[in-house]
Design a protein around this ligand. Structure first.
Ligand code: GAR
Length: 210
């Protein structure tokens, strides 16, 4: 049984999708904890209701990133995770933290990377006038939103979209994409080759929805 810890900062809808998929699809894995960078993260309520251990490591209580990460490491290591899943975790992690869990941290980002790294991806996509948008699941490395891409979901951008309609369409695709990728990891199907990630046996690493 592999052990998964999910890190959140807010709503936690991706975490919820992963928890549900793990249970319904009977993955050989267990979500052992949900850790939040804010004590008021809404997702903690769902996790607690599922009987999952929850911890708040409040970024605002730590003056520097190093002391915040030391507390995060202590919380994480107490659960001895095989995999750390960032699901709307809105803190930038330092290189030493990432190296400690090398190739064991996944993230979902709400754009088709390498386009639109960082924040406000949906509005920036609208402003750029692009006709397809989506989400990316990648291994986390020291480059912000720059780690090896595992899979992407693609949705259309419609003429009358605003930030709310577009982000809702992307989020719905995230809820399909992220559990699928976490399961691939759990099943040892992912191989990292420099910047490229292979899936064995192969299947499309691109999900088209919307
Ligand atoms: C998701 O759209 C996720 O892709 C994004 O935050 C949202 C979290 O929603 N992540 C980032 O922007 C990371 N830089 P959720 O809390 O409902 O899963």
């Amino acid at each position: 049984m592999k052990k998964i810890v999910i890190l959140i900062s807010g709503r936690g809808s991706n975490m919820e999708a992963i928890v549900r998929a793990c249970e319904v699809q009977r993955w050989p894995a267990r979500i052992v904890a949900v850790i939040a960078s804010r004590a008021d993260a809404k997702g903690l309520l769902f996790a607690r209701a599922q009987g999952i251990a929850t911890v708040a490591v409040e970024a605002k209580n730590y003056p520097e990133r190093e002391s915040f990460e030391a507390a995060l490491v202590a919380a994480l290591d107490s659960f001895t995770p095989d995999l750390i899943v960032l699901a709307g975790f809105m803190r930038v992690l330092t290189a030493p933290f990432i190296e400690r869990y090398e190739n064991r941290i996944l993230n979902i980002h709400p754009s088709l990377l390498p386009s639109f790294r960082g924040l406000n991806t949906h509005q920036r996509a609208l402003d750029a006038g692009i006709k397809v948008h989506g989400a990316t699941v990648h291994f986390v490395n020291a480059q912000l939103d720059g780690g090896p891409i595992i899979a992407q979901s693609v949705v259309p951008v419609l003429a009358d979209d605003d930030e709310a309609t577009l982000s809702a369409r992307v989020l719905a695709s995230e809820h399909i994409l992220y559990p699928r990728v976490v399961r691939w990891f759990i099943e040892d199907r992912l191989t990292l080759n420099a910047t490229r990630v292979a899936l064995t046996p192969p299947e499309p690493q691109c999900l088209i929805t919307g």
